[in-house]
Write a protein that binds this ligand. Structure first.
Ligand SMILES: NC(=O)C1=CN([C@@H]2O[C@H](COP(=O)(O)OP(=O)(O)OC[C@H]3O[C@@H](n4cnc5c(N)ncnc54)[C@H](OP(=O)(O)O)[C@@H]3O)[C@@H](O)[C@H]2O)C=CC1
Ligand SMILES: CC(C)=CCC[C@@H](C)[C@H]1CC[C@H]2C3=C(CC[C@]12C)[C@@]1(C)CCC(=O)C[C@@H]1CC3
Length: 345
């Protein structure tokens, strides 16, 4: 069993600390006695023990002031996948991450923990119990995934033991929990518009959904195990709930928990995927005159209709990782945290 390693310095920075995952991470770091410098393009809350630095991570000077006297940095900022804006992803996830690395080196930061994504190996076809040695997606499913791949390569490639700069990447999948602006709100929005009646495919596809506190736990374990003599330097780690579930069972549990009916009718996967592609084409054609965001994008349909679950054995072995909140408990906490999204609210 892995031993618990004590942090050397208790001052750290969270880039993207105003976001969903970032804020949960900040709260847990505070509980564990860290003082935290948050760097984000927006400030969404105030907490004792947290210093906010508002700025764009592509701006090295702005970053440097947030990294002063910091030895550990968590980088969990990214534009939302739904923005599907290639130039923005390239600027923030690729060039911005290069800037983060350079700022860390200039500021004498010793450890950088990146929030990557398990989807860096996902090409829209089944992944069953995928391990970290799967190759990066050759045909990434969207610009978000494409730039997350480049981002992870940059951070892991920057690991340099002689220079005393150590890096590691955490690859979560399907993060959910209180304050998530993406998964539950999108689902409820679709349900309210009568779009959640259908199951895409036969509904047996297993998927990982990971409760946010488990993702946070994985990040902190990685940071605290990151030392020059550790096997984790320069490596990616899947962090999941270790309880793959049928995609449509998860969606149904959340929907029913919030008072909406579960999807019941089946539609063939290829038909829905084809329709999503057509719809996407239509949004491009019509962009000069009108803009609309389809609920069922090809990316979402692929995620809803294929197997994609990942092994977290390496994290267990090298980080001593074990989920701290079960899927059942995570779903219950999540449902309870969205009273305003309940049916009829
Ligand atoms: N949610 C999920 O299911 C998964 C997420 N991930 C990864 O986890 C990380 C956190 O995701 P999540 O918490 O869901 O996302 P959020 O959008 O909630 O958080 C990201 C934060 O980064 C900020 N940000 C964006 N661009 C910049 C910039 N140029 N400079 C500074 N800050 C910026 C965002 O601000 P603003 O909101 O204004 O854009 C936001 O506050 C991301 O790296 C994501 O790729 C990985 C796997 C699954
Ligand atoms: C079919 C439908 C409309 C489902 C609604 C829920 C979806 C919005 C989520 C289901 C799986 C989620 C997911 C992500 C975002 C939200 C979903 C598509 C990510 C793309 C977020 C960023 C990642 O790195 C990977 C995630 C995979 C799962």
């Amino acid at each position: 069993m892995a031993t618990r390693v004590r942090p050397v310095s208790k001052r750290c920075a969270v880039i993207g600390g105003s976001g969903f995952l970032g804020r949960h991470l900040v709260e847990k770091l505070l509980d564990r006695g860290y003082s935290v410098s948050v760097f984000d393009i927006r400030q969404s809350y105030e907490l004792p023990g947290v210093t906010f630095h508002q700025g764009d991570l592509c701006d090295k000077q702005a970053l440097l002031s947030a990294l002063k006297d910091v030895s550990l940095v968590f980088h969990c900022a990214s534009p939302a996948p739904s923005s599907d804006d290639r130039l923005l992803f390239e600027r923030v996830n690729i060039r911005g991450t290069q800037t983060v690395i350079q700022a860390c080196l200039d500021a004498g930061v010793q450890k950088l923990v990146l929030t990557s994504s398990a989807s860096v190996v996902f090409e829209g076809t089944d992944v069953k119990n995928g391990k970290e040695d799967l190759p990066y997606a050759k045909k990434p499913i969207d610009y978000y995934t494409q730039t997350k791949i480049e981002q992870e390569k940059l951070v892991l490639g920057a690991c340099n033991k002689p220079k005393g700069f150590l890096t590691v990447a955490i690859r979560p999948h399907g993060i959910f929990g209180p304050r998530d602006p993406q998964l539950v709100p999108t689902l409820v929005d679709a349900a309210r518009r009568g779009k959640m009646k259908f199951i895409i495919g036969d509904g047996t596809n297993l998927v990982d959904f990971t409760y946010v506190e488990n993702v946070v736990h994985g990040h902190i374990l990685a940071a605290e195990h990151l030392r020059a003599d550790s096997p984790i330097c320069g490596k990616p780690y899947h962090i999941t709930n270790d309880e793959p579930i049928r995609f449509w069972d998860f969606m149904s549990e959340v929907l029913v928990g919030l008072g909406y009916p579960a999807p019941r009718f089946h539609l063939p996967y290829t038909l829905v995927y084809g329709l999503a592609l057509l719809l996407l084409l239509l949004t491009w054609i019509l962009r000069p005159v009108m803009s609309f965001k389809p609920t069922f994008t090809p990316m979402r349909v692929a995620l809803a209709g294929t197997y994609h679950y990942y092994s977290c054995e390496h994290a267990k072995e090298h980080l001593g990782y074990k989920p701290v909140v079960s899927l059942k408990e995570g779903i219950a906490r999540t449902v309870a945290s969205y009273p305003h999204l309940r049916r009829g609210a």
